[in-house]
Design a protein around this ligand. Sequence first.
Ligand code: 5RP
Length: 225
Amino acid sequence: MNDMDKAKKLAGEEAVHYVKNEMKVGLGSGSTVYWMIRKLGELVQQGLDIEGIPSSNQTAQWAKDFGVPLTDFSKVAQLDITIDGADEVDRDFHLIKGGGGALFREKVIAMAAKELIIIVDKSKLVPHLGSYPLPVEVLPFGWEVTAKNIALLGAQPIIRKKDEQIFVSDNGNYILDCSFGEINDPKKLHKQLIQLVGVVETGLFVNMANTVIVSNGSEVEVITS
Ligand code: 5RP
């Protein structure tokens, strides 16, 4: 295991300490979350009584694999806690998410939670957002027009592909990866994007995280807002 994987594992495993009996837990997506779900599964085997709501089909599969019980929003109005990864975290705890294409459901479980805990390896901590192209989920119909309108805001949108085919999110939508350069005002940019016809959601998570758990592979640091 390389240092980055060790860091993801440590950060993910640390996060389960925040999960208490009878909690409803939002389960994020990505390789850091994988370690969190694996550890959570161990605690469930030992008697921890929780239910999770997954933010992607992959996460739902991992939860099943590791024995973490699942529920959904028809039965649960509010989550106690959501634990998720991120692609970038700035000093004000603004986030870029969506590297795995799950940003819409990730935002839903983040908004529905009393507390949002972000788990990252140290490379994700940045002074300013924007080195990582911002993922924006868009409706397939007319995505080319939506991309042109996003470009007018100063980005270079690229349609996400997988195996040379357009990547399709779990919601049946497309992802535009948008390089804006340094993002100085994430709140303003999110507002500009979300009002464009065709935009479903942006990967900008503004003022949402309460705690960031960071690891370099040997140590864990917990930063609270
Ligand atoms: C998926 C996400 C992930 O949380 C983000 O991409 C981080 O992933 P990883 O833990 O694999 O680095 O936003 O949509």
